[in-house]
Design a binder for this molecule. Sequence first.
Ligand code: ADP
Ligand code: MG
Length: 305
Amino acid sequence: MKLAVYGKGGIGKSTTSCNISIAFAKRGKKVLQIGCDPKHDSTFTLTGFLIPTIIDTLQSKDYHYEDVWPEDVIYKGYGDVDCVEAGGPPAGAGCGGYVVGETVKLLKELNAFYEYDIILFDVLGDVVCGGFAAPLNYADYCIIVTDNGFDALFAANRIAASVREKSRVHPLRLAGLIGNRTAKRDLIDKYVEACPMPVLEVLPLIEDIRVSRVKGKTLFEMAEQDTSLCYICDFYLNIADQLLTEPEGVVPRELSDRELFTLLTDYYLNPKENDSNQSNNSSKNLNPHLNSEKNDLNQLDFFLV
Ligand code: ADP
Ligand code: MG
């Protein structure tokens, strides 16, 4: 099974990917995680260091594929998860899609591409162009990581559009959303009401997850020393278990930008009571969304210009 994990930059894709990869390995699967972000830190918490990228390795061998050995580019991470970092094109030049293509080509030449039960592509998420969508060409499922805010859901909606587009020529499904770093999920729920897709899991903001990045360890490794962290691993095991059932998923029908903006304006400007048709103008100031979170107010700036 091949999975592509997408989402807005910094939303928690790599964190989620590493922990899901281990969750699959815990279920007896042979797993390869491929970092497809030029930041090349996707597999950092699995290996504990920044491994050399495929592009750097190919460059050092003058693109002689026959001179590259599996051990030059595939590194063993925690829990027996194999790790690859595709790397990136030079900033402002080249194409991320080309890099992903070269990575898959090399892994095929090394006879590694078909050796795994699960290959997970961890993909950068803000840039929506053909190159950005390249991993979807190889994936059976796309998974989108989002929080409960507009920016991440806007990115999610663009990714949903890419999935819909790619699914025309290739049997690709959207497995669903993973809510991350959020205790609230009301905007996520509003979005999936308008654009139906499963919500696989919602993880709150957990300080130990942030610490795990600093320590260069996954939650599973940290939980070996501190069993009070096992409950966090259970979130990731739950996601892996759902995916292992090969769920039907969806071919999404993304919202138009206008529909998405309307959804957001309704959410931020109209009080919750609107949902039960009890709104009036004076209640605007009582909007719980506006009163509760500074971030929400920042998102509104967008509409006030
Ligand atoms: P991305 O790969 O999407 O750019 P990362 O996985 O690198 O994002 O996560 C960005 C930061 O957010 C990291 O420091 C990570 O530890 C932290 N993080 C991710 N998920 C959570 C969470 N649920 N709670 C707290 N911190 C998180
Ligand atoms: Mg990342």
